[in-house]
Design a protein around this ligand. Structure first.
Ligand code: SAM
Length: 299
């Protein structure tokens, strides 16, 4: 072979782009670099991730490479994939997310599973449910979707988060079932016993621990969604008495907690007049995750 022959760089096929990007993101410290690369490429290409698998040999057009490069650059700087692609799956439904809302976490699915189980036990076809600190709307929307005769009140102190929740409710065609209210906890609702089920995944990170969170969480997710004040339970301490007043006799309060503050939240709930503490539910890692209490029935 002549040494004068020009060397040609191999074409940027989708497969090569993915391999290169996965290596690059790995170097930058991403936890799941190959998955991130695939999700971002599928987003840039406007296809499902699975469709990439039959297109590895396809050459990537320059426009695709450019939009992919931009996503990879931002990912390498630490922006979570969900914000880059604008959505995250939760309980098998796709939810739009912006930086105004917390990215839905898999462990929060436990709250939905428990709520659906309780709905069967409560045996009232027209349950009234509240979701306090609704964020992207995941809890309210999953309940509305799987309990179609229930009516839901979704509250959040952040008007920007409520806009995201409302648009997710429209996307999942449950917007007529959910009332959205901008409110500091239950402040905007009368203190009367109207709910069968109150759900909340409140901010529960202790203020002093905020600086120790992963960079991705700390730098991109809303502080309002995370910072639970001193010991991480300041908001929960205000919330419990408000929730108790608004529960019907026999109704349930479910709260997601951090493993570090579950005991404190259990104590608060056990001490709340009119409530019985029920068994805390652990997540798949065996960590306490959903603290629950039941309103004592009158009489
Ligand atoms: C941990 S996020 C949970 C979001 C969503 N429910 C989820 O599980 O992904 C907490 C939410 O509570 C809201 N929030 C914080 N303080 C609040 C308050 N005082 N009253 C109502 N909502 C509040 C935040 O805006 C945020 O959307």
């Amino acid at each position: 072979m002549s040494t004068d022959e020009p060397t040609t760089e191999p074409a940027w096929t989708l497969g090569r782009l993915l391999t290169w990007t996965a290596d690059f993101l790995k170097e930058k410290g991403a936890d799941s670099p190959r998955l991130d690369a695939e999700v971002l490429l599928a987003h840039a290409r406007g296809c499902q991730r699975i469709e990439l698998y039959t297109a590895f040999e396809e050459e990537a057009p320059e426009a695709l490479r450019e939009s992919f490069r931009d996503l990879v650059r931002r990912r390498a700087a630490g922006m979570p994939v969900a914000y880059l692609v604008g959505s995250r799956e939760f309980f098998s439904l796709s939810f739009d997310v912006t930086t105004d809302v917390l990215i839905p976490r898999p462990e929060t699915e436990l709250m939905v599973v428990r709520a659906l189980d309780l709905a069967k036990e409560l045996e009232d076809g027209r349950l009234k449910i509240a979701d306090v600190g609704t964020g992207s709307g995941i809890l309210a929307i999953c309940c509305a979707k799987y309990l179609p005769t229930s009516s839901i009140t979704a509250l959040d102190i952040s008007p920007a988060a409520l806009e995201v929740a409302k648009s997710n409710a429209v996307k999942h065609e449950v917007n007529t079932q959910i009332e959205f209210i901008a409110s500091d906890l239950f402040a905007a609702r009368p203190a009367k016993p109207e709910f069968d089920l109150i759900l909340s995944n409140p901010p529960y990170v202790a203020s002093e621990e905020m600086a120790t969170l992963d960079r991705e969480v700390r730098s991109y997710e809303p502080r309002l969604a995370l910072d639970g004040g001193v010991h991480g339970t300041e908001i929960i301490e205000r919330f419990i008495p408000q929730a108790v007043e608004r529960l019907r006799p026999g109704g349930w309060l479910l709260m997601e907690v951090g493993p570090g503050n579950s005991q404190r939240v259990e104590q608060l709930l056990a001490a709340a007049p009119g409530m019985t503490l029920r068994k805390t539910i652990s997540d798949l890692a065996g960590l306490p995750r959903v603290v629950q209490g039941q309103r004592i029935a009158d009489g």
